[in-house]
Design a protein around this ligand. Structure first.
Ligand SMILES: Cc1cc2nc3c(=O)[nH]c(=O)nc-3n(C[C@H](O)[C@H](O)[C@H](O)COP(=O)(O)O)c2cc1C
Length: 133
């Protein structure tokens, strides 16, 4: 069985941009090698993440993420089974000042949320919009 977990969180204050880039890059590499798919975005001090995959793998990873000192105030948005096989791989992005206000980026992320049911896709789109503008 596959399922998806999504949350938002706040980065620990002391993190610099390089440390954030490292989190994003390492997540992308590890997840792509381990058949975990979804999306991890960072913008203005906040993370938004979806992880999707086999139950044990997702649980194992999520436990590690929950215990990671590099972020706090983790608010789980949903945790639900997924019918379709997978997202398109794993994607991480740092939304810098320059990249903000660029709503067309929303389309780049659309196919990473297609396995979700329609109402959840809508909710995620709204959250992404808030991240992007
Ligand atoms: C916001 C955030 C998201 C993370 N997402 C992932 C992820 O998707 N995949 C991953 O392997 N590690 C992710 N990590 C890092 C994990 O918490 C952990 O450091 C990593 O899995 C290595 O754990 P290990 O040294 O116990 O093997 C994330 C960390 C943070 C702070």
């Amino acid at each position: 069985m596959r399922y998806a977990i999504s949350y938002v969180s706040t980065a620990t204050k002391s993190l610099n941009n390089q440390e954030i880039e490292n989190i994003l890059k390492n997540a992308e590499v590890y997840n792509n090698q381990n058949d975990i798919t979804g999306l991890l975005l960072y913008s203005e001090g906040n993370f938004f993440q979806i992880i999707e995959g086999e139950t044990e793998k997702v649980n194992f990873l999520y436990k590690k993420i929950l215990n990671d000192y590099r972020h706090k105030d983790i608010i789980q948005l949903f945790k639900k089974p997924i019918k379709k096989e997978s997202f398109d791989g794993y994607k991480s992005d740092f939304i810098s000042e320059d990249a903000r206000y660029n709503i067309s980026r929303l389309q780049n992320y659309q196919h990473y949320i297609e396995v979700l049911d329609k109402p959840t896709q809508k909710a995620v789109s709204n959250i992404l919009r808030a991240f992007l503008v």
